[in-house]
Design a protein around this ligand. Structure first.
Ligand code: PNS
Length: 158
């Protein structure tokens, strides 16, 4: 039984995130999607809300579990007893940062990181850009799952 950990901020989840999670669900026996809960970093949605937003678009997979974590990812990975960390890579700019984290995490814990190339159509997508477009009233409907688009519109109208 192989368990993969897909960590992230997911503030908010985009189609790119869901694509990576869905592919992991098809490959691995179990997938743990872990949302970072970092009180010192301001986020649009709480960790609990982000888990709620992830659940709906992942509802067709019965091998995905959701959790939040604080502190080091590798400490959570050990507690959750996962075999591998999976990160999505959009472009070479992601690689620079991700390879450093992957090697640090490997050095700290021995857990390896696998990279999944995101679908080209999601290559330009990021949570920060989605928030920026949404905040100023641009169309986000093609960028995020429907439930996330609704939540974003509500949040920006608050
Ligand atoms: O979606 P993101 O913002 O790219 O996710 C980044 C995340 C949460 C996976 C990363 O920041 C992380 O692992 N943070 C936990 C703290 C940690 O372990 N830092 C050391 C990494 S080498």
């Amino acid at each position: 039984m192989i368990t993969a950990l897909v960590p992230g901020s997911f503030d908010p989840p985009t189609h790119g995130h869901i694509d990576v999670i869905a592919r992991c669900a098809a490959i691995f026996d179990k997938v743990v999607v872990a949302v970072i809960d970092n009180p010192s970093k301001s986020s649009l949605f709480t960790a609990e809300e982000r888990i709620g937003l992830l659940k709906e678009p992942c509802s067709q997979y019965d091998n995905i579990e959701f959790a939040s974590f604080a502190g080091l990812l590798v400490d959570f990975a050990e507690r959750a007893d996962v075999d591998v960390i999976v990160k999505g890579l959009r472009a070479i700019t992601d690689f620079d940062y991700e390879i450093q984290m992957a090697q640090m995490n490997r050095n700290l814990s021995g857990i390896m990181t696998l990279f999944v190339a995101t679908k080209p159509e999601f290559g330009y997508l990021s949570s920060s850009l989605v928030k920026e477009v949404g905040r100023y009233g641009g169309s986000i409907d093609s960028l995020v799952p429907e439930n996330v688009a609704i939540a974003l519109k509500e949040r920006f109208n608050d």
